[in-house]
Design a protein around this ligand. Sequence first.
Ligand SMILES: [Cu+2]
Length: 151
Amino acid sequence: MKNEGQMKTSTIILLTAGIGLGIFLIVSGIFFVIQMINPPAVQGDNNYNNTITPHVTNDTGPLPDSPGKLHDVEIKNFAFNPSTLTIKAGETVVWTNMDSVEHGIVSDSGNELGSGVFKNGETYSHTFYVLGTYDYHCSVHTSMKGKIIVE
Ligand SMILES: [Cu+2]
């Protein structure tokens, strides 16, 4: 009878060890699968957020030769000064109305320029990106003519 009891005890020990090992394998298996499926959730939200950096792209092609450069054209005594201005692509022309009457900048053809009318002391600015010659006139006084050459 003592022998049978020993057999029973070792069977229980073996079963317990087997079940324990089984549970351990299942739990670690589940943990491994969770890590595989969703790694950021396991890493912690703070670290994850801090690693985000702005992604800068340049979809507009090569940078202009003189980015941001400004050129002034005065509108004075019903004339543009200078009446012809040569700039580089990417540069900006700023028209300032020095007269007491309203003037407006509009392209002779096409729609590159269209300021609407603006008063004494006010400005209109436009950046030219495409090479070419841009003839324009005053929308109020059509005899006032000017030209921007982008080269
Ligand atoms: Cu005018």
